[in-house]
Design a protein around this ligand. Structure first.
Ligand SMILES: [Zn+2]
Length: 240
């Protein structure tokens, strides 16, 4: 006798943050959790990113994993996690009161974490009368597979530069539209290198306004009773 198939999986509605498209998802199952755990154990950042993308592709209907933005993935994964593992997550925070440093275990609700889309910058940067750069939110796939970005990790200036490169969409000229992805990367790097610092600043402003998952947490230190306010942001803060 063949074992029966379990098919009572519930589905939940979800909206893709970057596009506003409504779809639905199911919680991840043991086979998918295994993929995530194996990736987490390997401690390989690119592998973890890939596993998250694969699980999202399996569980969320109608998504193209190559098109999801960084904050789409963070948001969708958190939604999946909340219905698969639990609606709360326990995080450790060191008390910010000087000389205390006590580690507090804080339980946070994760299903109500949202992507703040309010402070987004204009994605069209006019360089001159007949030259405009159009920017897009980098895809999670591009960011997670970018070898340079992965290697340098915490170097702020380099990360910013890479993020600008990954945000370039098109260059609108007077009577021509060039797609950056279709040009050799060396040419793109040279083009960006020839911008004035003021022009580059406008690109940086856009990159710095890319939405991210954010949640403000207040907790009272169990040791010294100091009231702490912390903001958790981005992938690492939520999943580690
Ligand atoms: Zn304390």
């Amino acid at each position: 006798m063949a074992l029966p198939k379990l098919n009572n999986t519930p589905y939940y509605d979800v909206t893709i943050p970057s596009t506003g498209v409504k779809t639905r998802y199911r919680p991840y199952l043991v086979k998918e959790e295994k993929v995530l755990l194996m990736a987490a154990e390997s401690d390989d950042e690119a592998g973890i990113s890939q596993a998250m993308l694969d699980v999202i592709s399996s569980c969320v209907e109608g998504v193209d994993k190559f098109k999801l933005t960084t904050f789409d993935v963070q948001y969708l994964f958190l939604q999946l996690r909340s219905k698969s593992v639990g609606e709360t997550s326990e995080l450790l925070f060191s008390c910010q009161n000087e000389g205390c440093d006590h580690e507090n275990k804080v339980t946070i609700g994760i299903s109500d974490v949202n992507v703040d889309m309010s402070s987004t910058e204009n994605n069209k940067i006019e360089l001159s009368e007949d030259m405009t750069i159009e920017l897009k939110y980098p895809t999670y796939y591009d960011v997670s597979t970018d070898k340079i970005l992965n290697k340098i990790g915490n170097n702020g200036a380099e990360v910013l530069y890479q993020s600008v490169l990954l945000s370039l969409d098109a260059l609108q000229l007077k009577d021509e539209r060039m797609i950056f992805a279709e040009e050799p990367i060396e040419d793109v790097i040279e083009f960006i290198g020839s911008l004035s610092t003021i022009q580059f600043q406008k690109l940086s402003d856009y990159v710095n306004s890319i939405p991210a998952l954010k949640k403000e947490i207040e907790y009272t230190c169990e040791k010294c009773k100091h009231k702490n306010d912390v903001t958790i942001e981005g992938q690492a803060d939520f999943f580690l």
